[in-house]
Design a protein around this ligand. Sequence first.
Ligand code: ZN
Length: 90
Amino acid sequence: MEVRNVVETLVWQNLDQVLDRKEGACKCERCRADIVARALNRLKPRYVVSTTGEVYVKAEFLEPQFQLDVITALAEAVNRVSNNPRHDKE
Ligand SMILES: [Zn+2]
């Protein structure tokens, strides 16, 4: 049995589409992790018990408003991190 944050799963699932929309955003592992951490700090966690390690995202978490909150937090995090990456600029 594992306790997983459904919001974390959704943030990772939506990361690429938000990154693709931001011109010049760095997509390295470090920046991706920073973006996800930042977005998760802004979002309320929603925990579920997972029996398999997989997170089953229930319908209530696929509501448009919920998705919008995730995308909004991600977009803000992408802006912050790409303006100020925690590594040297190339
Ligand atoms: Zn980077």
